[in-house]
Design a protein around this ligand. Structure first.
Ligand code: MN
Length: 243
């Protein structure tokens, strides 16, 4: 059976938390908003849960046009060579393994990738960067950890670096964002460019210039669907996936 032009609609794989995730109530809501953001941008969402066999992930990625890394619990500090962290929460080794593998393959193959919150941390760790186990370790850190119920709250601005892909997508030199993270990028991975910083200097977005579209933000654009600049992130990603 032919479905005509539907073959040109980009399939967007969205990694998810596990059903047993301790933070699943708020993560379910964020995931639902991501699904809507992708669909609104013209993509077809495909949920990719943790726990799939490596061969399944490999074959699945080959069928996807783009990979979206969603938010969730902490990346295990072991993944970036650090000792266990006393404030670590929501660790999921199966999710870490799946997302790190998918991210490395997507980067290697030039497949469009968009990371949200934990997704920014995963992208950075996948390429050899390190994280703060807790944002409080960043010198002079502002408060970055707000409950997800306050997702609509936009507690801090970020400055967008000129000449970055993010600046081109947003068309703004500065925007205010929500902040629901307690890990954060410490040392950016080789090749990754810091695209935004909060007023305390904390990295809030990274991108890979030598790639068709690899961008990750520390905030949750899906929680701000009424903000046109947030939907532009989904639109730019899905458009890149459709090329
Ligand atoms: Mn923040």
């Amino acid at each position: 059976m032919r479905w005509g032009r539907s073959f040109s609609v980009p399939l967007i794989g969205i990694t998810t938390h596990a059903p047993h995730d301790p933070d699943r109530a708020s993560l379910d809501a964020l995931l639902a908003a991501i699904v809507q953001g992708v669909e609104r941008a013209g993509g077809w969402p495909v949920l990719v849960p943790p726990g799939l066999a490596e061969s399944t992930l490999r074959g699945l990625l080959a069928r996807l046009d783009g990979l979206l890394l969603s938010g969730g619990g902490d990346v295990d500090p072991a993944c970036y060579g650090a000792p266990p962290h006393p404030l670590a929460a929501g660790l999921d080794p199966a999710r870490d393994a799946a997302e790190l593998a998918l991210t490395r393959w997507a980067i290697y193959e030039g497949r469009p990738l968009f990371g949200i919150c934990r997704g920014a941390q995963v992208l950075n760790v996948a390429l050899g960067g390190t994280l703060y186990g807790d944002v409080g370790e960043h010198p002079g850190a502002l408060r970055h950890t707000y409950p997800s119920q306050a997702a609509a709250l936009r507690p801090h601005p970020v400055q967008v670096a000129e000449g970055t892909r993010l600046a081109a997508v947003l068309g703004l030199p500065e925007l205010t964002v929500n902040s629901l993270h307690h890990q954060a990028v410490q040392a950016a991975a080789p090749g990754l460019r810091v695209a935004t910083r909060a007023p305390d200097g904390l990295v809030e977005a990274v991108e890979l210039p030598a790639h068709p579209f690899a961008l990750a933000v520390q905030w949750h654009p899906e929680s701000l669907p009424a903000a046109p600049e947030m939907q532009r992130l989904f639109a730019a990603f899905v458009t890149a996936a459709g090329r």
